[in-house]
Design a protein around this ligand. Structure first.
Ligand SMILES: *[C@@H]1O[C@H](CO)[C@@H](O)[C@H](O)[C@H]1NC(C)=O
Ligand SMILES: *[C@@H]1O[C@H](CO)[C@@H](O)[C@H](O)[C@H]1NC(C)=O
Length: 381
């Protein structure tokens, strides 16, 4: 989002450095669910039969030979397009979440694999999905969660696949990834150029950055971009709405809590940060997923923010339009109210049990804190 300078001071008071919040994570999971469902409906069952799932036991600590502990790393293989014996290998690198069969069945890299006769692989990142030990989320064990270990996992997997499929130097490897895994793709090529011939790194943040306000700048630019349904008007309305929400929060926090149907009235500064993060997440998530989103597209969002029709007679102010966006979010996600309890967020993050393969927030928070930053505090004018 783009904010005026005057609002910037207020924002810095209210917003801590936090990475993209829970709502963006939830939206990401729902987008993945929908992709998966679509794949299961539309792809031939025959295609699914081509997919093999494998596990490789990786060293937990590649940099300490004394430590013999391992974890099972999951990967998927699709040989359907492979032109044996010399066809290339396309490696889809998983990021901060599970990988699925769909990752070797659909997507641009799969289309290109069909074109180039490639052997398709998708590998899950350590500590995500099923590639984690039962005690993996304990704080002392998170020490083995790092991009450097993950890159070495890729090198070991490379060797394993070369042996299993009797590959030679004639099989050219290309790695693929987007966002964090895009950065891994680029780093993999940078660190092991003898293993990877080329790397595709989509939207890859290859430099660690504490203040990642460039992310918010990109969100603002998208909201302005007419090619995707944005406009100057839209970005101004969003800017104004957030300014108004901030200002009202200072004057009367109960009113804000009521307007946005918060489950709890924010009781302190940190809850206020959660609330603002959730509202920002609705906008960030919409831009991030746009037409893939299960919520709305940029065009829908800008439609709500700038609609001049009589239907919006009651909601002339940008603030009220933002309230409307939050209603759309709640009804689409079937959440009766907006959870703004920081205590609850912190409690969830401190939970060390591996209850579900979808758990990612604790791990990703750890990675951003120890390696990358990527805090989406916005300070732009
Ligand atoms: C704050 O908002 C609440 C909820 O709408 C309202 O009852 C209360 O009168 C407001 N307080 C002030 C000081 O405006
Ligand atoms: C404005 O709202 C009306 C009524 O909901 C809707 O029919 C129309 O498509 C909207 N316009 C835009 C630009 O979204």
């Amino acid at each position: 989002m783009v904010f005026s300078k005057a609002q910037c001071l207020v924002l810095l008071l209210l917003w801590n450095f936090t990475d993209a919040g829970r709502i963006v994570m939830k939206m990401k999971q729902r987008v993945r669910d929908v992709q998966l469902q679509r794949a299961k409906q539309h792809l031939l069952t025959a295609a699914l039969q081509h997919v093999k799932e494998g596990r490789i036991h990786q060293q937990l600590d590649h940099f300490n030979r004394q430590d013999a502990k391992t974890f099972p790393q999951r990967f998927f293989v699709n040989e359907a397009f492979w032109q044996r014996p010399d066809g290339p290998v396309f490696l889809f690198i998983g990021g901060e979440g599970p990988v699925y069969e769909i990752d070797v069945l659909a997507g641009h890299h799969v289309d290109m694999a069909a074109e180039h006769g490639a052997l398709l692989l998708a590998v899950e990142h350590r500590f995500y999905g099923e590639s984690i030990n039962a005690d993996g989320l304990k704080t002392e064990n998170l020490a083995h969660l790092s991009s450097q270990q993950a890159l070495t996992d890729l090198a070991v997997l490379h060797q394993y696949i070369v042996q299993s499929f009797s590959l030679s130097r004639r099989n050219i490897w290309i790695s693929f990834g987007g966002s964090y895994s895009g950065a891994l793709s680029a780093w993999f090529r940078g660190k092991f150029p003898h293993l990877v011939f080329g790397a595709v790194a989509s939207s890859a943040p290859v430099k660690a950055q504490l203040d990642f306000s460039a992310y918010s700048d990109a969100v603002g630019l998208s909201l302005m971009n007419e090619a995707v349904g944005g406009s100057e008007k839209c970005v101004s309305a969003v800017r104004e709405a957030f300014g108004a929400a901030e200002a009202l929060m200072i004057r009367n926090v109960s009113q804000v809590a009521k307007d946005f149907r918060c489950c709890q009235t924010p009781k302190d500064h940190q809850d206020q940060v959660e609330l603002m993060q959730s509202l920002a997440d609705i906008v960030m998530g919409t831009v991030q997923y746009n037409e893939e989103s299960v919520l709305m597209s940029i065009s829908d969002l800008c439609g709500v923010m700038t609609n001049q029709s009589a239907a919006y007679e009651e909601e002339r102010e940008p603030y009220q339009r933002l309230v409307k966006l939050s209603q759309i979010y709640r009804s689409s996600s079937e959440e009766p109210c907006l959870d703004v309890s920081h205590e609850k967020t912190a409690k969830d993050l401190m939970d060390t049990t591996v209850q579900s393969e979808r758990r990612a927030e604790r791990q990703w928070t750890y990675q951003t804190c120890t390696e990358f930053g990527f805090c989406t505090a916005r300070t732009h004018t």
